[in-house]
Every structure is written in C-alpha cells, then in structure tokens.
Design a binder for this molecule. Sequence first.
Ligand code: EPZ
Length: 433
Amino acid sequence: MEQLLIRGGIPLRGRVQVNGSKNACLPIIAATLLTNESTIVEGVPDLLDVRTMISVLKGLGASVDYQPERGLLRITPGDLPQTALPADLAGRMRASFLVLGPLLARKKEVQLPLPGGCAIGSRPVDLHLKGLAAMGACFNIAKGSVEGISGGLQGARIYLDFPSVGATENIIMAATLARGTTILENAATEPEIVDLANCLNSMGAQIVGAGTSRIRIEGVPQLGGTRHVVIPDRIEAGTLLLAGVITGGDVVVEHVLPDHLKSLLAKLTEAGAVVEEAGPSAVRAAAGDRITAVDLKTMPYPGFSTDLQPQFMALLALAEGTSMVIETVFENRFRHVEGLNSMGAQIKVEGRHAIVQGRPSLTGAPVAAPDLRGAAALLLAALAAEGETKLYGVHHLWRGHSRLEERLGSLGARIEFVSEEPEQALNIGSHSG
Ligand code: EPZ
C-alpha cells in the first residue's frame, strides 16, 4: 500500500506549475469518439483517471497513442466496432459514463455499467438518461448496466432539474450529431463545459452558449478531428494556493486562468489571506497575520466548488473562530473529517452541515484518505501540522494529481513515499475504501 510520510510545520514558498484539468480532459477524451478521424489532445495530465479513460476507449476499439511525459494524446476512434463496455473496465470510474452520449450519437447503441455510488454519494445518472431520452434514445436498465438504442437522435428542448456537469456534457455531445436543434436549459456552467464545447466546435460542431445556463446545439451530419489544448486545472490550482496559506507560506501558481478561481480567491481574502493576480496566468496567495473563521457553502459554478470544500475545511480547522461548512452538491462529502479530527481538529458533522471550531495547531497522525479531494485535504493538514503524518490510500490522490508531492517538495515540503504491509496500515481508524 503506498503511503506518504509528511513532516509538517514548514512554510511553503515559491512558484509552482498547475497541470491540465482532469475534469476538462475526461469529457474531451470521450468527445473524440464523435468522429472516426484522429484528434490530438494536449496538456493532458498523467492521472490514474486519464489512464482509465484511455483503457475505456481502447475497450471500444479506438486506437490511442499516449505520451504522458509530453501530455499528448492522439486518439483515432475509427469505426468503433465495440459498443459494450465490461463492468470491470467502466465500473472503475464514474466519468466513463461520458461515452454514453458519443456512442449513442455515432453508433446508435451502447451498453455501459451503471456507475456505482461512490465515497461521496449515490451519484445517480437519471438526468443523463432523461435528457438523451428526450432526444429519442430508449434505455433498458438491468443487472447494473444500461443498454441504450436510438434510431437516430433528434434535437429537443431539455430542462435539467439540477445543473449536472456530466448530464450537461453527455447531452451536448449527443446533440452535436442529432437531427435538428437542441436547447438545453439549466445547464451546468463550469469552465470545463466551455472547454468541451470549444473542442467540439473545433471539430465542426455548432454549439452556442456554453458557460451559460442556456446552451443551443445545431446538429451536423458529422464531425472531424482536431487539435485541442486542455484548460488548466482550477481545482489543483486552488489546492496549491491553499497549501501556501495553510502552512503560513507564500505561493504563486502558474499556468492558471484567474477567472476560474474567483470564488476561492474571494473566500481566501475573506478569511484574511493575502491574494493577488501575479500576471495574466498566475495567482499568488500568502497567509496574512492570521486566518479567521468564515462560513462556506458549496454551489454549482460560479459558486464555491464542492471539489475544494475538503481542502478549504483543512484551513478552517486552523482558523480563529468557528466556521459553518454547508455541502449542497453531494450528500456525503465529509469523509475527510475523521482524519482531520484525528489530527486534533474539532469538527462536528450534522448531515450536510459541518461545524469547524478552529484550533491553534494540528498534530501529525496516521490517517487514511477516503477519496481524491479528501486525500488532498489531509495532505494540506499534514503540511501544516506539528510532527509527522502518514497518509494511507495515496492512490486516491493519484486519481486527480500527477506528482503533486514533487511539486510541493519544490516549495519546501518534506514528503516521501513509504510502503508498509497492508496489515500495518490496519492499525489506524478508518481504512481507505
Ligand atoms: C463532475 O462530476 C466532476 N467530475 C466532479 O468532480 C464534481 O464534483 C461535480 O461535477 C460537480 O461539480 C468530473 O467532471 C469528471 P454532477 P459529475 O452530475 O458530473 C446529482 C472531482 O473530485 N446528479 O454535477 O458526476 C449528483 O448525485 C469530482 O474531481 C443527479 O441527481 O457531477 C450530485 O449530487 C468529484 N442525477 C449532483 O447532481 C444525475 O443524473 C452533482 O453531480 C446526475 C447528477
């Protein structure tokens, strides 16, 4: 079992590069299936989730050339002989469900395992299926998998009950090859939706309004290949800025789009951190005199991102005063609280509310990462804690971050890999799922 050994208490200082966005490149990789021509995707981070998505595409018969050191992916789907994915392949990662729209649009049939619930909630796909059904697809759900067929998708007017990111992405992708016009209302407005739409439009799609809650897609007969550079990862940027603030340091993140960080930067400023743009694609954050408690409520973009809630909670654990954190997007995204409390935090969870009583310091301890962003939160807490922390379940971190420990090390962090037999890891509280 891979673990990280973190020696805390060192202020992080310096400049660090942010990688390409995981949540932009995963739908874009799925979108390449909409044509039989080759597409080159650049700025692809070397993540476990990216490698899983590549296996999914290869399982469908696409040829994929991946050069991780160059962040380069060349995908040639061809005729996609396979439209059914085995559970062991697609069940591993919810984002593999994003091949649903492209396969229905191009092949008029698809069989996928239903993405299981995961650590952060049940995460149904009803909004995906409802939107695609409005376009003429028919679904049969049995034995944990969904079979979809369509005699050719028709444009439709669709209103999403919730601005689901994945449902918005699946519907947009399917609509690019549907007959007629699709109007999608109450759509997700995340920057990753805009990046997907930009990539699709460069393939010949006709999408207007991505980034707003009303998106219009004119179907076209076919799409061609393209070359697309993925936007920077706003969640990784936020995580690195929080590493600077929580350790009492001063960090500049480079290769970012400051516009995508507004809600985080506003919240950091409210908590007393020093925040400023450090150039057209760089942002600086440093701890002010002290970090004071602030209330936090996660919301769909442009509200505060649920994917930064765990990491910001680690900072609040050390703030002066009591903070209220409300998680409105997922029903179970406080699994990092147990690890934070074992490091001396005082956090009480009531449903979707967490009350964080700030403490003057945290103490290193053996902790298990519950999921990707929980792992990041525990890593940040360990960087600020006194003494040594052993973080188990590091594979969760690798789903969304490539060599984060090396980049934190370049800022002065003391992090190293250790490996112990699994039974030794069982001596800690919750075991990573
Ligand atoms: C995307 O997940 C991101 N993943 C998530 O990031 C992110 O937290 C989430 O959007 C919200 O911003 C990727 O982009 C790969 P949703 P997604 O559909 O598309 C409910 C990370 O850490 N819902 O917007 O799965 C759902 O249960 C990950 O990088 C339905 O009820 O999120 C959840 O409560 C975690 N029915 C809420 O909507 C549906 O059909 C938001 O889900 C779909 C969703």
